[in-house]
Design a protein around this ligand. Structure first.
Ligand code: GUN
Ligand code: ZN
Length: 434
């Protein structure tokens, strides 16, 4: 079969390292008039248009965007598919919010047709927002994960998901048992893990809704299959933390519960971590685990302010999560807008290049996928977005005043949202056109 080669000419920017480790200037590559060449779903070249165009055969199609920025596709390290229908629910903090809005909404996923319908809406919404990879919570029903993976597979997306394991402290209509949660997860792993660009995540909801037996079996799954992910929540809300102490009095703290059941590791992602202490950050880092920073959710549910500098001090991997439906936007641009405010309120700053890192390479590292996604390095998957400088009249006017790529990037993150995403490409194929 002949190679399918295409080229994309625009301003091109990608993160190549963590600014916390190498400083801002060494953390990115920027081509003011750049060229990205894609062959058979992978990036084959990246550089200045003036240098690369000369070597390109005359018949290669070139898409030219004079007023746009190409970046890697965004990576959302924490989101809930079955909460799409209740995003933006009024007036509660975590535990009441779960009981009042979340559990009833998730119960609808017992119905396969409903799961299929929402999976379709959810994936379109991810792609409209430029998110090409997400680590996704399903509901307790395998139907939710089957629907999601089937839809993701059709578009050859790189996605990670798992069925929630939850065998106590939730309504009967929404619980599994330690044994059924294990068996259903196993069947989903056999069916989907490693198929195309799909990966499975063992998904105990959070410590309060799993018995010790269920947490044991979650740990067992991780030992039975290579390269499985593990996702859960941790230390999001003060009431939640007190509850965990009551439920597990023999453990030293929240993280120690997960540690005891061997749920920490290189492919483990813990959402929130708003109230983690130094020792817990150190232990997470030591085990190669990651935290998903979910600012819109932490504001919306009144949970608190994530301490990114503390995570950086411990070299803890941090990705960005929207946490829809506790979070209020599918847009990682809007999520970064809020992340900046979280830092401001703690007397710190979030540079635009650290922001870009969190939404791309940082997320890829949190997921141990940096060899495949998160940058535009040749050889990696061609998952990228085209951001439109003229997406709205205000953005267009504001960007005319910008004097540097740093300023342009920062304004894209403060004013940008789904409207900013002109096109999304996954494995070299267009999967969203605004
Ligand atoms: N903790 C346990 N379940 C959830 C959930 O669905 N959303 C959030 N934000 N936190 C949780
Ligand atoms: Zn969540």
């Amino acid at each position: 079969m002949p190679l399918t080669r295409k080229a994309y000419r625009a301003a091109i920017l990608h993160s190549i390292a963590d600014p916390a480790e190498v400083g801002i200037e060494a953390s990115y590559e920027y081509f003011e008039d750049g060229l990205l060449v894609v062959e058979d779903g992978r990036i084959s070249a990246l550089g200045h248009a003036s240098e690369l165009l000369a070597g390109l055969p005359a018949d290669v199609q070139i898409n030219h965007y004079p007023d746009a920025l190409i970046t890697p596709g965004f990576i959302d390290t924490h989101i809930h598919l079955p909460q799409t229908g209740m995003v933006g629910a009024y007036g509660e903090q975590l535990l009441d919010w779960l009981n009042t809005y979340t559990f009833p909404c998730e119960s609808q996923f017992a119905d396969q047709a409903h799961a299929d319908e929402v999976a379709d809406i959810f994936i379109k919404e991810l792609l409209r927002n430029g998110t090409t990879t997400a680590l996704v919570f399903g509901s307790v029903h395998p139907q939710s994960v089957n629907a999601f993976f089937a839809a993701a597979e059709k578009l050859d997306l790189r996605m990670i998901a798992g069925k929630v394991m939850m065998d106590r402290n939730a309504p009967d209509y929404l619980t599994d048992t330690a044994e059924s949660g294990y068996q259903e997860s196993k069947a989903l792993i056999e069916r989907w893990h490693g198929k195309g660009r799909l990966h499975y995540a063992v998904t105990p909801r959070f410590a309060p809704t799993s018995t010790p037996e269920q947490l044991t079996l979650a740990g067992k799954l991780l030992t039975e299959y290579p390269d499985l992910y593990m996702q859960t929540h941790i230390s999001e809300n003060l009431q939640e933390i007190e509850w965990v102490k009551e439920l597990f009095p023999e453990r030293k703290g929240y993280l120690d519960v997960y540690d005891h059941y061997q749920l920490l590791g290189e492919r483990s992602v813990f959402a929130h971590g708003v109230h983690l202490c130094d020792d817990e950050c150190a232990r997470l880092a030591e085990t190669g685990s990651a935290v998903a920073f979910c600012p819109t959710s932490n504001f919306f549910l009144g949970s608190g302010l994530f301490n990114l500098p503390m995570a950086e001090k411990h070299k803890l991997n941090v990705g960005l999560g929207t946490d829809v439906g506790g979070g209020t936007s599918f847009s990682l641009l809007q999520t970064l807008n809020e992340a900046y405010k979280v830092m401001q309120l703690q007397g710190a700053r979030l540079s635009p290049f650290k922001s870009l890192y969190l939404a791309t390479l940082g997320g890829a590292r949190a997921l141990r996928l940096e060899e495949r996604i998160g940058t535009l390095h040749p050889g990696t998957d061609a998952d990228f977005v085209v951001l439109d400088y003229h997406a709205t009249p205000l953005l267009s006017y504001r960007l005319k005043q910008a004097n540097s790529i740093a300023e342009t990037l920062f304004v894209l993150m403060t004013l940008g949202d789904d409207r900013t995403v002109l096109q999304t490409y996954s494995a070299g194929q267009p999967v969203h056109q605004r």
